[in-house]
Ligand binder design. Structure first.
Ligand code: UD1
Ligand code: MG
Length: 427
């Protein structure tokens, strides 16, 4: 199996944030999380080393609690990308497979591209393969210098490049596949005699050529995938790109998305065919939405939501950590949290599941059986269970379980005082 090294020690100054750059999020997933998931989803890489430095503890804690096959390695001080990769040498002393190197701030990389890249590396018997990209404006990237036979000669950083080299539009995308056993000796020989005084990872190219290795560059098909996040502006741009990709996939699978411009759907949401998503919905986290559902306009699904076929979640309805079974409607102005709701239920406008006690900080469950009808503006105070077929009258506050097929009502009786208005006006 292949190992990966993910570079994430840099400072990310331009994010202007207390949060380390790679822990910024698109929906509920961190930037480095997208990279690790892409790596894992190749099915070819069994372990990742995340190089951490700036705010190392926070990144380490995140990796530890979210990934079993990734570990962090501290790089302190940060002396360049070559120095960063050399930090894994003690962990890979006897390893003789391939190592793929990536950056932790490029969340748009896909596992399909990584797979193709690794396949290319193997198909040409390469020892060092660099992913390249063609940019109209290559400023700030390392330039790819090819030999006359098209093989890779070297990579020259912007700050070290001659005016002639700066015109080259093929750049280093920052992703590498290395025959580890053959490259490992290079790391103890890197020098800092360059414009930035750093140990450049890119110097392994020349080292490889000088030591008779096979060195190649493989151009990337879609430049979007190596888009690196350096600012909050980039973060917003990357979110848009990722979202557009997700929406396209759903539309190809038969989901109707009325207005892709205002619809946000996380990468971890599944949606069945013939479901319609109306404008201005925000769907984050992991969710499973069935077929023939109607969502929105202006609906908010916050994750761990399962909607079975034919469910309607209408305008200004928020759903979190809940399962809603077939053909149930919650069409207007509701909050449904920590709930299990049966089939053919009608949830009247303004219904709230009061799932959270802010004094005890405990969240509790609301359970509704099949065919339950909840009248408008009711509050269901959890933990509470309303059994099959029961009705709750409008404006009720339900604090006790309601048995099957009964009516529960807490509304005060209606009082009608005839002629009261006229008497008032005549006073
Ligand atoms: C690097 C490449 C350049 C390439 C570009 C692609 C080198 C010398 N140059 O340039 O050819 O076109 O990436 O984006 O490699 N990092 C560490 N420790 C360090 C230094 C950096 O972990 O000591 C991490 C950073 O957090 C970042 C990544 O490595 O995630 C790349 O570093 P950065 O300084 O952004 O590289 P560039 O100068 O852009
Ligand atoms: Mg740099």
């Amino acid at each position: 199996m292949i190992k990966s090294v993910i570079l994430a020690a840099g400072k990310g100054t331009r994010m202007k944030s207390k949060t380390p750059k790679v822990l910024h999020q698109i929906f509920d997933k961190t930037l480095v999380g997208y990279v690790i998931d892409a790596v894992n989803n190749t099915g070819l890489i069994d372990e990742s080393f995340v190089i951490v430095g700036h705010q190392a503890e926070r990144v380490e804690e995140y990796i530890k609690s979210n990934y079993t096959n990734a570990k962090t390695v501290l790089q302190s001080p940060q002396l360049g990308t070559g120095h960063a990769v050399s930090m894994v040498c003690p962990y890979l002393e006897d390893f003789d497979g391939e190592v793929v190197i990536l950056c932790g701030d490029t969340p748009l990389i896909t596992s399909e591209t990584l797979k193709k890249f690794i396949e290319y590396h193997k198909s040409v018997n390469s020892d060092i393969t660099v992913m390249s990209a063609i940019f109209d404006n290559p400023t700030n990237y390392g330039r790819i210098i090819r030999n006359s036979d098209n093989s890779l000669n070297s990579i020259v950083e912007e700050k070290d490049a001659t005016d002639e080299q700066k015109k080259i539009k093929e750049v280093n995308a920052g992703i590498y596949c290395l025959n580890w056993a053959k490259i490992k000796p290079a790391f103890s020989q890197l020098k800092t005699n360059n414009a930035q005084g750093e140990y450049y990872l890119t110097d392994i190219i020349e080292w490889g050529n000088n030591n008779g290795l096979s060195v190649n560059a493989n151009p990337l098909e879609n430049n979007e995938e190596i888009f690196g996040i350096n600012s909050k502006i980039h973060l917003a741009e990357a979110s848009k790109i990722l979202n557009r990709r997700t929406l396209q996939k759903h539309m190809e699978n038969g989901v109707t998305i009325v207005d892709p411009e205002t619809t946000w759907i996380s990468t971890e949401t599944e949606i069945g065919a013939d479901t319609i998503i109306y404008p201005s919905c925000y769907i984050s986290g992991k969710n499973k939405i069935g077929s023939d559902c109607k969502i929105g306009p202006f609906a908010h699904l916050r994750g761990d939501v399962i909607l079975e076929d034919g469910v309607k979640v209408g305008n200004f309805v928020e759903v979190k950590k809940s399962t809603i079974h077939k053909n149930t409607n919650a069409c207007h102005l509701s909050y449904i949290g920590d709930s299990e709701i049966g089939e053919r239920v009608n949830i009247g406008a303004g219904t709230i599941t009061a799932n959270y006690n802010p004094l005890t900080k405990v969240k509790s469950k609301t359970t509704l059986g099949n065919d339950v009808k909840i009248g408008s503006n009711s509050v269901l105070v959890a933990p509470v269970e309303i059994k099959d077929g029961a009705n709750v009258g409008a404006l009720s506050v339900i604090t006790k379980n309601v048995p099957e097929w009964s009516l529960a009502l807490t509304r005060s009786p209606l009082k009608v005082v005839e002629g009261w208005v006229k008497r008032f006006l005549n006073k």
